[in-house]
Design a protein. Structure first.
Length: 111
């Protein structure tokens, strides 16, 4: 960690100080099961959502007010959520459940 901070500290001082203060949150990604890393490090899903919002709002072009635009975006988000629930599983949660069980066992053994 010190080598990383030294390497990037001069160029990205603000980021490095944030990383030092929030190291637990910064590295929490690595506590997840290895199978989840591929999906969690990518912003593809978010980018796809933003593309779809852009596509749908360009069709309407002019909204009468902000609430109308928000209704469209909300409806789109609900639609996508329902499709994901019905059609696919983004992350297999079994490895995470196993990891939690193992952690509990280890805590029990340590006590």
């Amino acid at each position: 960690m010190a080598a990383w901070l030294t390497k990037w500290g001069k160029r990205y001082g603000k980021l490095c100080s944030w990383v030092e203060k929030n190291i637990e949150e910064t590295l929490s990604f690595y506590r997840l099961p290895r199978q989840h890393h591929k999906n969690m490090k990518s912003t593809n899903m978010l980018e796809r959502l933003m593309e779809e919002i852009k596509r749908r709002t360009l069709v309407v072009r002019i909204f009468p007010n902000a609430a109308a635009c928000l209704r469209l975006v909300r409806a789109l988000a609900v639609e996508i959520d329902e499709n994901w629930i019905e059609a696919m599983q983004y992350l297999n949660m079994e490895p995470l459940a196993e990891q939690k069980k193992e952690a509990r066992r280890n805590l029990g053994d340590a006590a």
